[in-house]
Design a protein around this ligand. Structure first.
Ligand code: BGC
Length: 790
């Protein structure tokens, strides 16, 4: 039973605000988690929320999505087909450091006499601000204001505006703007054995290729030792001041600095604008990237900081108009802030994702090595599809770009078709622990599930035909080849030797989730290919030729889908997680000390595998994704059975359980679970927010409100709602984009209003009742439906 302690951020340090995360007191205790909370990024480039001065620091972090090092995985005992190449997202050149000395006294946050301090992540404008008043030992009052953005509009660009003003006396300022390539490990020396954390290298990863300085502009270019990826990081500066100043530059292979000496007059500010640009590639030489970096810097200097900020605000206005989730869930103010925070971090992880996936911690930390898992397709895609379909499409195209590698991987595993890797950056399987990695074949079906949702919600049939159909053919082939018709006297199709989402149970026969999702994958393949054949026979023929598809294969998939075995225990009336699950002993929850959670850090996998104990939603996940295939009574029995066995050791469960709890009318439990998901990061529910934001759980929070509380269901593209209003909830409002039209849902105490904000004609359902919205009649209000059980 997922039970967590929620300790909200103390209000005297983190005051309430709907649109901002505010820290009004420097709090070393929260330094590590604040580096995650105050992180800025755009899906391509991400900065941890390190302070400008570079120290104090727990983990200095600058990340480029997909920019990685690789190495041959060393196994003590290897075997055929094991993943060969490890991949890790790298911490790249840190360009955001600006050190300050006043009359040679260094400004160092922990010891400085701070007269005032305020750090604000402004989610409305997409910027991080810090305002400080520092009194030096000699009594000089120094105001230091910094604004940092990673641009959404310009994918390769970030900027800091750093402004220093001595209020009560003249002073000599040294402002040292630095950049440094992390040639050695720059992180905290935490040698914890947490397998979820990133890898540290023994070899020198960055090979210096270019370093050049010209006045206030510096370029550092490197090539990664083994992956051969290339990176150019350039910085340039703009100074706005009436004070007299001079500067010196220094540039080495791995570091550089521009040091400004300023003769500051009282009340006269010194404003330094630092533009930072990053260009990376898998194939272009460093020199070429340096050229691109120079051009980006030129245009930034021409545009100026104010224009960059304007662009950022404009982008954010667009984002919030498509996505804002206004909800008063617990009659408190925190939750609204928290919901926006979650959406904002999803944006920061996804906005400019072009040609990559999204790592489980976005670009806020190194946990899980920046690998792409199923998190994107299952936890983030619904939000993206309904609010930013272009981003969703980019992510699916990225999966398509890995199809050849997935074909190869299926071959390595002696299988036909294609098998997408469980975790990867490059498309090659990077999981060295196959039992909880490669064995999660369900990743194939998860991707195809996201494809279906994308096509149904956006109506983008072109994408289905251009990219989806080929992926469907190859994934369907894999299932057909992996499973078999069981010879048990029944005509059933079984899939053996796989791991479902619940990683506390591995390599099982007939994982219910996998079988159901595989069936869905097969059905969608059949449907889509028939659609293509009917609509565009020539294109179908061309695709069939290219992939060697014959009609008999499609018939076969149809047959397999019909015969797919879904485990069911008639006596208990529930779906066993797999063939053996119910035969196992139940974990002794009562005598497991609290500090032994998460179990994965305290028990050998073999111990865990022997018991009925669940890390994360498995059957319950199936009941959410494919809810139309279960009766209400089955859902209730399954939920009642699995909820007590679920530890919540993964952040991926609470949101999904909460959706089911809403559906079943367990409103108190639903509200408790939604809270864990919503607060996962701001209240550090899992105790590991220091390693990065839980991006999937953030997407899950949106789902818990939209699919849970508002009761959205979209099977087969038919959109219906069945909102539930637990007593504490006051009002919930959110927009959804459906086939290019913008629908707004407003749920109040006893009624729900559906309004078509953009578009001409949309049919949705309020429970069973069809609601037709048009330009002329764009709005309808309906009473909430109360189930007897509630
Ligand atoms: C979960 C996986 C998830 C991964 C990354 C693991 O702990 O079990 O389902 O994909 O974390 O978030």
């Amino acid at each position: 039973m997922i039970k967590k302690k929620i300790t909200l951020p103390p209000e005297h340090i983190y005051p309430l605000d709907d649109w901002k995360i505010i820290q009004k007191k420097f709090a070393p205790k929260y330094l590590a988690q604040d580096e995650t909370v105050f992180a800025t990024g755009n899906g391509y480039l991400g900065f941890r929320g390190n302070h400008e001065e570079g120290t104090p620091v727990i983990q200095r972090g600058t990340y480029i999505n997909g920019f990685h090092e690789q190495w041959p995985i060393q196994y003590g005992e290897s075997a055929y087909g094991f993943a060969k190449t490890g991949q890790t997202m790298l911490n790249v050149t840190d360009s955001k450091v600006i050190r300050l000395y006043v009359d040679d006294e260094p400004f160092y946050l922990p010891t400085a006499d701070l007269k005032s301090y305020r750090r604000v992540l402004d989610m409305k404008e997409g910027a991080l601000h810090r305002e400080i008043l520092w009194e030096t030992a000699s009594g000089k009052q120094v105001s230091i204001n910094a604004t940092r953005i990673v641009s959404f509009e310009h994918r390769h660009v970030a900027a800091i505006c750093y402004e220093v003003k001595v209020l009560n006396a003249p002073a000599k300022l040294i402002v040292s703007s630095k950049m440094r390539c992390p040639t050695e490990d720059m992180n905290d020396n935490d040698d914890s054995k947490d397998p979820r954390k990133s890898r540290k290298f023994n070899h020198s990863v960055f090979v210096p290729r270019v370093n050049r300085v010209n006045q206030q502009r510096v370029l550092l270019g490197h090539e990664v030792h083994t992956s051969k990826m290339t990176i150019a990081c350039g910085v340039d500066h703009e100074i706005q001041t009436e004070n007299s100043y001079s500067y010196k530059n220094e540039c080495y292979e791995d570091s550089a600095k521009i040091v400004y000496t300023v003769h500051a007059q009282p009340q006269e500010s010194f404003r330094l604008i630092k533009y930072m640009v990053y260009h990376t590639s898998r194939s272009s030489p460093v020199v070429e990237l340096c050229g691109r970096a120079e051009r980006s810097l030129d245009s930034m200097l021409q545009e100026g900081f104010d224009k960059l900020m304007q662009g950022q605000r404009h982008f954010m206005d667009g984002f919030w108009s498509r996505c804002d989730l206004k909800a008063n869930l617990y009659n408190d103010k925190r939750t609204q802030q928290c919901l926006r925070f979650n959406l904002f971090h999803i944006l920061q992880a996804s906005a400019r994702v072009e040609g990559t996936g999204i790592g489980p911690r976005g670009l806020t930390g190194e946990a899980y090595e920046g690998h792409y898992f199923w998190d994107t397709e299952i936890y983030l895609m619904p939000f993206l599809i309904y609010t930013s379909p272009k981003v969703a499409k980019n992510l699916l195209r990225f999966r398509y770009s890995l199809l050849d590698k997935a074909r190869k991987r299926a071959g390595e595993l002696n299988q036909k078709g294609a098998l997408f890797p469980w975790r990867t950056i490059t498309g090659d399987e990077a999981s060295a622990f196959f039992a909880a990695g490669t064995a999660q074949y369900h990743i194939n079906a998860d991707i195809m599930y996201a494809l279906r949702k994308y096509v149904e919600v956006t109506g983008d049939e072109e994408f289905l035909f251009d990219y989806g159909a080929e992926m469907l053919i190859e994934t369907a082939r894999l299932w057909a080849d992996l499973g078999f018709y069981s010879h048990n006297g029944k005509d059933e199709f079984h899939i053996h030797g796989v791991t479902g989402p619940d990683e506390y149970t591995a390599i099982v026969n007939n994982n219910a989730f996998t079988n159901m999702m595989a069936r869905e994958n097969l059905r969608y393949a059949v449907e889509s290919l028939k659609l293509l054949q009917g609509k565009n026979p020539e294109r179908f023929e061309a695709l069939a030729k290219e992939t060697g598809l014959i009609n008999a294969e499609i018939d076969e998939w149809e047959n397999i889908a019909q015969k797919m075995y879904i485990p069911y225990d008639a006596e208990k009336g529930i779906h066993p997680q797999d063939d053996e699950f119910l035969k196992k002993e139940i974990w002794d929850f009562e005598n497991t000390p609290k500090e032994h959670y998460p179990l994965l850090l305290h028990y050998h996998p073999l111990v865990i595998y022997r018991f009925q104990v669940i890390k994360q939603a498995d059957v319950v996940m199936g009941m959410f994704l494919l809810g139309h295939e279960f009766s209400s009574a089955q859902k209730k029995r399954n939920f009642d059975y699995y909820d007590p066995l679920t530890t919540g050791d993964s952040s991926l469960s609470s949101c999904v359980y909460s959706i089911l709890a809403f559906e079943l009318g367990y409103l108190d439990r639903a509200m408790e679970l939604i809270k864990y998901a919503a607060w996962m990061d701001l209240a550090d529910v899992g105790g590991n927010v220091k390693d990065g934001a839980h991006i999937a759980s953030m997407g899950g929070t949106w789902m818990a409100v939209v699919y849970g509380l508002a009761g959205l269901r979209d099977y087969g593209g038919m959109i219906s709602f069945n909102p539930k209003m637990p007593p504490k909830v006051q009002e919930v409002r959110f927009p959804l984009m459906i086939r290019g039209q913008l629908l707004e849902i407003l749920i109040q105490k006893d009624a729900v209003t559906y309004s078509l904000k953009k578009g001409d004609d949309l049919t949705i359902h309020h429970a069973e009742e069809a609601i037709h919205l048009t330009k002329k009649h764009p709005s309808k209000t309906k009473s909430l439906i109360v189930n007897e059980s509630e």
